[in-house]
Design a protein around this ligand. Structure first.
Ligand code: UDP
Ligand code: MG
Length: 312
């Protein structure tokens, strides 16, 4: 298996896994059936993102029984973004797919993705989810609002239905890998780097096993990641608001000077309001500064404790 046949395309399937012991065996069987039926060579590259359940044991079993299975295992949970990056870095295929382990990404689309890429010569065939069936209504609402906001203020366009499930050419993967930022936001990067993308619609499927690893808190922090990585509008807003408040303060001062208007409580209220706004925007500055500090540290995105890849 280590020596691939030069005549056929190699597809690497990158799978970030965090506590996926229940879903992994089903995922492996379903995807293997699909790829064995395609005119390609393939390899799985699972990334165990610090799971605390039996995920690593399952990866040991799968890699012992099937030479198509490779894995990296992190020393702790570094997050899905880091796991995807590690998978892309380890991939050898001239095409690379990113897939969730929970079968929410229909394996049968792999065939369509490959065929569409062959026909068109495009660099990316990406799955586009047309609905959000099965997701909580609050999460659904927040997601839609987030994408409206991000598209209004960010320098890249991001689609609500566009996720990480996509087949990419080697050239596109290498471009993604050339971005070394610690605060990664792949949805933004996919759009930022360009390349022709073909969209393939699919209906949302519920998770087969286990539970979603995203809490409202982690989704909020991830959304913040997206905004601060691709937009400076919040900083601009701070400056604009600052200017407006200064002007208002000056006008009130003139009013008091010329008309001796003495509503002490009104001024106290205004002071509180302006103080509050200042604190809010100091917080936004702090957020950008913190991101900058994280990038400047040049820490590794993840630490691999164990792997069955020979070339590391
Ligand atoms: N995942 C990961 N690290 C994390 C969280 C999630 O590798 O810290 C993986 C998870 O195992 C799954 C994929 O990322 O394969 C998507 O996670 P999940 O299904 O929880 O997200 P959702 O579908 O709810 O957006
Ligand atoms: Mg999922």
């Amino acid at each position: 298996m280590d020596v691939f046949d030069a005549c056929k395309d190699i597809v690497t399937i990158v799978v970030p896994c965090f506590n996926e012991e229940a879903a992994l065996p089903h995922f492996y069987t379903a995807v293997s059936e699909v790829v064995q039926d395609m005119p390609i060579q393939y390899e799985f590259h699972f990334v165990n993102d610090g799971s605390t359940d039996g995920t690593l044991e399952i990866l040991h079993q799968l890699s012992n029984q099937d030479p198509h299975v490779y894995y990296d295992s992190f020393s702790r949970n570094f997050g899905k973004e880091a796991a995807m990056y590690a998978g892309l870095k380890a991939s050898r295929g001239n095409y690379v797919v990113i897939m969730d382990a929970d079968l929410q990404h229909p394996p049968k689309l792999l065939k369509t993705m490959y065929e569409r890429l062959q026909e068109s010569g495009a660099d990316c065939a990406a799955a586009h989810r047309v609905d959000r069936t099965g997701e909580g209504s609050l999460r659904n609402f927040c997601s839609r609002k987030f994408y409206q906001l991000i598209n209004a203020i960010c320098c890249v366009k991001m689609d609500d239905g566009a996720g990480d499930y996509r087949m990419m050419s080697r050239q596109m993967v290498d471009s993604l890998l050339s971005f070394h930022e610690v605060n990664r936001y792949s949805k933004g990067l996919f759009s930022y780097i360009g390349f022709q993308t073909i969209w393939i619609d699919y209906e949302n499927v519920n998770r087969q096993e286990g539970t979603s690893k995203w809490s409202m808190r982690s989704l909020f922090l991830y959304a913040l990641e997206g905004i601060t990585a691709f937009s400076n509008v919040p900083l601009l807003l701070a400056a604009v608001f600052g200017l407006i408040f200064c002007l208002v303060g000056f006008i009130i001062l003139l009013y008091i000077l010329f008309f001796r208007f003495d509503k002490v409580f009104l001024i106290i209220c205004l002071l509180f309001f302006i103080g509050g706004m200042q604190m809010l925007f100091t917080g936004i500055f702090g957020e950008y500064l913190a991101k900058n500090v994280a990038e400047a540290r040049h820490r590794p995105l993840y630490i691999i404790k164990e792997t069955n890849r020979r070339q590391y």
